[in-house]
Design a protein around this ligand. Structure first.
Ligand SMILES: Nc1nc2c(ncn2[C@@H]2O[C@H](COP(=O)(O)OP(=O)(O)OP(=O)(O)O)[C@@H](O)[C@H]2O)c(=O)[nH]1
Ligand SMILES: [Mg+2]
Length: 359
């Protein structure tokens, strides 16, 4: 899974990227290269299984974070250049960093205005894609009968509907599309269709304090747009991330924080994407896998290995909580907590799965 970090200039994108990846990407580098980092999904259930089984190999689910540098100033039209999102097109979700701390000259932040500005950029980027595609579709349709219905006319109608929504200032994620329509436009990577989380980057002094008026304004905008807001100080989080593991907890507690924002953000991203986690666990390897909610076990099996889906017989499934309560897989089995399921079984978050198969 890939998550793009976006935002206006000097919002704290690189600082947040450092906090999440515990890396050393240079801060304050205008027009820098995009930063890319892979992070293991923090997961106490995974850790317990690794400890319990001591496998040869432990493979946690990962997320790739890409920070698209906001390399462009405003152009003559007061807009960002067309490649504003170049580095973060092919991502599954967006973290939108919004400055909620005072500017370098003490200017008060305007997070709601900044959030709207970025939403507008997302919409403009999508309008560009729609128009390019529409022109091509119209060209191919030239000369076809007016009342014919073909995949191409369906696509044209959908693109016109999308164009309409964008022109009236709506993000595409607010549009309810049928699965068939979703399929038609899957290849376009429309920016405003991606799940989004707004990160309000507050000053250190505001941690644990009542929310400022500007953050409240941001919340009002986000609620209207149907976007989750998460509040943190990227600067503090980046400092925490540089400490040795055992000192991180202490430092966070001193600041009145219960977990690093990195962990919270990753979990919120899972929620926004409707993803759940299941496990495969044995002595050779303990592994966690992310899949969309509602996935059938046959498709989960295919994700582990195509052979498992091809030769699928039955799935043995035990839930993590039952397995932990019993003290392990074999113990859970003896306690009757492991069940056999057919291919249609819908995988639940926290399932531990063993596929019986024959090829
Ligand atoms: N006071 C305060 N300053 C911050 C915070 N987060 C970032 N900054 C500062 O804001 C400046 C910009 O931070 P960056 O992380 O480089 O922001 P950016 O969005 O990557 O900036 P560009 O890449 O230039 O668009 C730096 O001087 C940071 O130290 C914060 O939470 N509080
Ligand atoms: Mg930067």
């Amino acid at each position: 899974m890939k998550v793009g970090i976006v935002g206006l200039q000097q919002a704290g994108k690189t600082t947040l990227f450092r906090a999440i990846t515990q890396g050393k990407a240079p801060i304050d580098e205008y027009g820098g290269k995009p930063n890319v980092g892979v992070v293991a999904v923090p997961d106490a259930r995974f850790d317990w299984q690794v400890e319990n089984i001591s496998p040869k190999k432990a493979t946690p689910a990962t997320i790739e974070f890409i920070e698209g540098a906001a390399k462009i100033g405003e152009d003559q039209r007061g807009r960002f250049g067309s490649d504003f999102f170049q580095d973060v097109r092919a991502v599954d979700a967006l973290l939108h960093v919004v400055r909620a701390f005072p500017g370098p000259l003490g200017e008060p932040p305007t997070p709601d205005k900044d959030a709207r500005a970025l939403a507008e950029e997302l919409i403009l980027a999508d309008l560009q894609s729609v128009e390019t595609r529409l022109a091509r579709v119209e060209k191919s349709l030239h000369g076809t009968k007016k009342d014919a219905t073909t995949p191409l006319t369906m696509e044209r109608d959908l693109l016109l509907e999308i164009k309409d929504a964008l022109e009236s200032g709506r993000l595409l994620k607010a549009l309810s599309l049928t699965p068939d329509q979703e399929k038609l436009i899957r290849g376009y990577d429309f920016m405003s269709q991606k799940p989004q989380i707004i990160v309000a980057n507050i000053p250190e002094e505001e941690i644990g304090e009542p929310e400022s008026a500007s953050v409240k304004e941001l919340r009002a905008y986000a609620q209207e747009a149907g976007i989750l807001v998460t509040v943190l100080s990227a600067k503090v989080e980046a400092e925490v991330a540089e400490l040795p593991q055992d000192e991180q907890k202490e430092y966070l507690e001193a600041m009145g924080l219960s977990e690093p924002a990195r962990d919270r953000l990753i979990h919120e991203t899972y929620g926004a994407l409707g993803l759940i986690v299941f496990y495969t666990a044995g002595e050779p390897e303990v592994r966690s896998h992310s899949i969309p909610e509602g996935t059938q076990v046959i498709d989960a099996a295919a994700k582990i290995h195509t052979d498992l889906a091809r030769g699928f017989i039955r799935a043995e499934v035990g839930h993590f909580e039952d397995v932990r309560a019993a003290g392990g897989w074999e113990e859970a089995k003896r306690a009757g907590k492991v069940e056999l399921h057919t291919r249609e079984y819908v995988v639940q978050d926290g399932d531990i799965i063993y596929i019986r198969f024959k090829v």
